[in-house]
Design a protein around this ligand. Structure first.
Ligand code: ADP
Ligand code: MG
Length: 292
C-alpha cells in the first residue's frame, strides 16, 4: 500500500471511531482468518447483575449474602460489584474483611466477623477440597440460562450457589453476523463456566467457544486458534487480555477498557461497540483494493 492510501484509510477509520496505532495493522488486518473475542466487557457489557442466590440447608440468605458481600466489597472483579450491590439493595450490613486474598481466575477468600469465607468458581471450591456436586443440577440450569454460577463456602462448608448474568451488548449479534459475512471464523475466549459460555455463544452466533481459560492461558489459546485458522485478530478489554492482544497478529482493544489493554493493542475501538472490528477489517480490504 502507498503511504497516501494508508493515510486515507487510517483517516477514514478515525472518523468511524477506529484508531490504528500503527499503519501496518491496516494492511495486515485483511489477512485475518479468525477473530477471537474476550467475553466479559467485550461481547457483554461487563456489568453483571446478581440473579439467583440459593442457600444450602442451615444457612439463611441474609447471613450468607451478608458474609459473601462483605468479602466481595474488597474485590475489584465486576462479579464482586454485582454481589455488593444486591446486598445493599436488601439493606444488609457489610463488615470489613480480614486476611483478604484474591486468586485470579478462581475466587476470593477472607475472614469476616471471625468466619472463614471463600467465594469463587467450581474449580476454586475443588482446590479447597469442597466438592460442589450437591449443587450440580442448579448450576447446570443456571448455566443453560446463560448465567454464571459461583459458590460460597462458610467455615469450610458449602453455603450457597450464587448466579450473576452479564447482558450481551445490543450491537454484538450484528457484529458477529457481519464478521461471518466477511468469511471469518469467530471464536470466544472466557474464564467463565463452559455451560454458561456455550449458552451465550449460541445466542450470539459464535463458531468456537474456549471456556474456563485461566488468565495466564489466553496467549496459548490465541496460538492454538492461529494454527487452526490462520492469522488471528484478538479483541479484548481487560488487564489479563494484554498478553493475548500482544500475541495476536492484530490486537484490538476496546477503548472503554483498561489502559494496559489499550497499550498492548494495534487497533483501538473508541466506543465499546464491537462493530468497530467489522469496520476496521472492511476498511483494510477496501484500502488494499484501491492500490491494486
Ligand atoms: P472472566 O472475567 O472471564 O469471568 P476471570 O479470570 O476474571 O474471568 O474469572 C474467572 C472466574 O473466577 C469467574 O467467572 C468466577 O467464577 C471466578 N472469580 C474470579 N474472581 C471472583 C470474585 N471476586 N468473586 C467470585 N468469583 C470470582
Ligand atoms: Mg473482559
Amino acid at each position: 500500500a502507498t503511504p497516501t492510501s494508508i493515510m486515507v484509510g487510517t483517516g477514514r477509520a478515525a472518523e468511524l471511531g477506529v484508531l490504528f496505532r500503527q499503519g501496518e495493522a491496516l494492511q495486515s488486518l485483511k489477512e485475518v482468518g479468525v477473530v477471537a473475542l474476550d467475553k466479559t466487557g467485550t461481547l457483554t457489557q461487563g456489568r453483571p447483575e446478581l440473579t439467583d442466590f440459593v442457600t444450602a440447608p442451615g444457612f439463611s440468605e441474609a447471613e450468607a449474602l451478608g458474609l459473601v458481600a462483605s468479602i466481595e466489597s474488597r474485590s475489584e472483579h465486576p462479579i464482586a460489584q454485582a454481589i455488593v450491590a444486591a446486598a445493599e439493595r436488601r439493606g444488609l450490613a457489610l463488615s470489613s474483611p480480614d486476611a483478604f486474598e484474591a486468586v485470579p481466575g478462581f475466587g476470593v477468600s477472607a475472614l469476616v466477623r471471625g468466619r472463614k469465607v471463600d467465594v469463587g468458581a467450581d474449580r476454586f471450591m475443588a482446590r479447597l477440597g469442597l466438592p460442589v456436586s450437591g449443587f450440580a443440577d442448579i448450576a447446570a440450569r443456571l448455566g443453560t440460562e446463560g448465567k454464571s454460577p459461583l459458590y460460597a463456602a462458610i467455615d469450610g462448608r458449602l453455603a450457597a450457589v450464587v448466579a450473576v448474568a452479564d447482558p450481551v451488548k445490543p450491537s454484538t449479534p450484528e457484529a458477529i453476523a457481519a464478521l461471518h459475512a466477511l468469511g471469518l471464523k469467530v471464536a470466544m475466549i472466557t474464564g467463565d463456566n463452559r455451560r454458561t459460555a456455550e449458552a451465550i455463544a449460541k445466542r450470539i452466533g459464535i463458531d468456537e467457544v474456549v471456556a474456563e481459560v485461566l488468565p495466564d492461558s489466553k496467549v496459548e489459546v490465541v496460538k492454538r486458534l492461529r494454527q487452526a485458522h490462520g492469522p488471528i485478530a484478538f479483541v479484548g478489554d481487560g488487564i489479563n487480555d494484554a498478553p493475548a492482544l500482544a500475541e495476536a497478529d492484530i490486537g484490538i482493544a476496546i477503548g472503554t477498557g483498561t489502559d494496559i489493554a489499550i497499550e498492548s493493542a494495534d487497533v483501538v475501538l473508541m466506543s465499546g461497540d464491537v462493530r468497530g472490528v467489522v469496520n476496521a477489517i472492511a476498511l483494510s480490504k477496501a484500502t488494499i483494493r484501491n492500490i491494486r
